[in-house]
Write a protein that binds this ligand. Structure first.
Ligand code: 8YV
Length: 330
């Protein structure tokens, strides 16, 4: 029969995904799950027909420039494609796909979890009993801030932003959002969501702000030092999207100075490095820090793998893969 395409997968994926990949493709897996070095990645691009990278692989123009003639598809295991120079891939006629839709709910759940954790001091509280430090209930101890009735401002009202809004509604939060455009009016009405064309004007009025947009050149530091200053001192900031969306140093400074009430961060500007200042703020109960776990469910990872497989298979069959990413989408 037809020669199976060589598919190089850069990281360890769930067993069921790897098994299926081996049935369908000539798949080269990463059994030890050590991230590939730069030269290993370059070698992959020289030899593979298809590469399946993750957020931890930087697929820049230099790497794409080294791709062999046979290299035709980058099937990202992940939704965000900020790790890939999509324009450079296009110019080499390499198709790029991602895995949208299947991590929406899990990421929105984690956003809600961080809102609750920060506002209700869950992480701080959870340390008390194991530390043997609980001497009993007291009326004014461990007081957080009420969620119900507060204003949530969502920056980026795509699939994940809308899923956050849906959850937040059930908690009695008032939904506000900034986006390039209005969402469909039926959705806006169902969520009783208020659209803000001006991000600054929205920020000035919010109790909680959650960023849920992709990281692109246009959204880099969308919460810049200047914009963070617009927030009121009781506001909390949540990020389950990408670290680059927020000026992390400026955010940290404001938290240290008490110019913001708290933050819940699942992503960072220089992952996996997290500044000692942020870690100190976590120890002081000001921020909750999670290690990029937003989409980390077994079901979600398997669904992401299935998406990758469908994209690869469709592409190999000579059709347009369902989750093709175009530079115009970024
Ligand atoms: C993963 C994510 O952590 O899909 C994304 O954009 O951030 C997460 O699902 C990662 O991207 C997998 O490559």
């Amino acid at each position: 029969g037809r020669k199976k395409p060589l598919v190089i997968v850069t990281r360890k994926l769930p067993d069921v995904v790897e098994t299926r990949m081996c049935e369908l493709f000539d798949a080269r897996l990463n059994i030890e799950d050590k991230p590939m070095s730069r030269s290993e990645l370059a070698e992959a691009f020289r030899t593979a027909d298809i590469v399946v990278p993750t957020v931890t692989d930087r697929i820049d123009s230099e790497l794409i420039g080294q791709a062999g003639e046979q290299m035709k598809l980058i099937a990202n295991f992940g939704n965000g494609v900020d790790n890939i120079d999509v324009t450079a891939a296009m110019s080499r006629a390499i198709t790029v796909t991602n895995t949208p839709g299947v991590l929406t709910e899990d990421t929105a759940d984690m956003t809600m979890a961080l809102i609750l954790a920060v506002a209700r001091r869950i992480v701080e509280g959870a340390k008390v009993i194991p530390a043997g430090e609980w001497s009993g209930w007291a009326p004014t101890w461990m007081l957080g801030s009420k969620i119900t009735g507060k204003r949530l401002g969502i920056v980026g009202m795509g699939r994940i932003g809308q899923a956050v809004a849906l959850r937040a509604r059930a908690f009695g939060l008032q939904i506000h959002y900034h986006n390039r455009r209005h969402v469909a009016s039926a959705i806006e009405e169902a969520l009783e969501a208020t659209y803000w064309e001006s991000l600054d004007q929205m920020l000035a009025r919010m109790d909680i702000v959650s960023v849920n947009c992709p990281h692109t050149p246009a959204t880099y530091h969308v919460l810049s030092a200047r914009r963070l200053k617009v927030l009121r001192p009781h506001a909390i900031v949540i990020n389950t999207a990408r670290g680059e969306l927020i000026d992390e140093a400026a955010l940290t400074r404001m938290l240290e100075l008490g110019e913001l009430a708290g933050a819940g961060l699942d992503v960072f500007e220089h992952e996996p490095a997290v500044s000692p200042k942020l870690i100190r703020l976590a120890a002081a109960g000001k921020v909750t820090l999670l290690p990029h776990m937003g989409s980390a469910t077994l079901e979600g990872r398997i669904a992401m793998g299935e998406k990758v497989i469908i994209n690869v298979k469709t592409f190999m069959d000579g059709h347009r893969p369902p989750d093709r990413v175009l530079p115009s989408m970024l």
